[in-house]
Design a protein around this ligand. Sequence first.
Ligand code: UD1
Length: 428
Amino acid sequence: MDRIHILGGERLEGEVLIGGAKNAALPLMASSLLSSSPLTLSNLPHLVDITTMVQLLGDLGVKISMDGDSPNGGYAGRAIKMDASEPLEKSAPYDLVRKMRASVLVLGPLLARWGEAKVSMPGGCAIGTRPIDLHLSALEALGATIDLKEGYVNATAPNGLKGCEINFPFVSVGATENILMASTLAKGKTIIKNAAREPEIIDLANCLADMGASINGAGTDTMEVVGTEELNGTDYQIIPDRIETGTYAIASAITGGDLLLRGARFDTLSAFFSLLGKAGVEVIQENKGVRIKRTTEQLAAVDIYTEPYPGFPTDMQAQIMALMAVAKGKSIITESIFENRFMHVPELCRMGADIDVNGSSATVNGVSKLSGAELMATDLRASVSLILAGLVARGETIINRVYHLDRGYERVEEKLGMCGANIKRVSF
Ligand code: UD1
């Protein structure tokens, strides 16, 4: 077990290299199942969730090789080659799906290519119940028969999937990805309405297009896919992680720092950057990335409402709350995507933050100081919000259960330490 120790109060300055996007990498890896030729992905982040997907694909019979080469030092930027010429299994077991909900992304590709798939139901998780009903009803619309038995989804389509019109009742990133992948091998045209528009969806569509898929409208709410019999392999580079970008942007803002987020893409975080600007933080686009600089003494409180892309990302809600905890004035933060995503609130309050939760909204009254405390991480983004608060708190902050953090942040203590943070990981 590891813990993170932070001594707060250091101003951060320097450069942080932004890694490949976890949430783009996971569906891209699943899409290797669609082709009998190898798919090679570069800029792969080194994260526990990626290892879980490697294990899942490996268990299915995909031959995997990794190249640990990194042009920038450290572990970032590695490449993975996945050869799904002859998968042996069509089943994703409970043990892996339980660890990572995105395992469900193998369902569409397995079903589309082999006409059968068995995937454990993911169940609830810390941030809410998170069902997969949208994934399943869309696959049924494509002609699959779905049978739920003993905690597993058994999906079959012996004669293949057939294109149709799917109109999602609300936006789901994962369901859009699953159906996008499945429809590339369906017969005829599939129209996906109310599709998610996240940059990770565009990345997946771009890679699938490189593999020979015919896709129009990625990045809008309506996509059209014309199915093909076979896809080829390709070499594809994963986009930079916008949530890692946003997290280090807050690390700079909360410490009154000046960080260049190298490789970051401004265009994938416009709603977030615009709010950061309103809070009094400078956001500067540079050739090498995005610079985040705070020159004002006091941050201003801003209200936040999480929404599907291009709105403010739910995956940045916990981090912006840490920032608002030390801003001047009152901020109302409303979470519209997940029903239970305020688990960081009691921990932030233990550091002296003044936050009240009422249903899906939290009222944050900024305080002038936070103080270090021993804390418990509860989920991925909640863990990192505690680190951000610890960077500015007086005294020592100790964060337990950092395995949540390792699912989505690569070498966070090294990256922050190199910019001046007093932070270390301690194994016990
Ligand atoms: C993805 C991201 C996650 C992010 C989320 C929302 C990955 C690997 N994960 O998760 O980091 O927080 O998008 O931006 O990319 N829902 C249903 N039925 C379904 C599917 C979803 O009710 O069949 C609900 C969910 O419980 C949730 C909402 O829809 O309340 C949005 O979830 P969704 O967009 O599907 O999130 P994920 O794809 O799981």
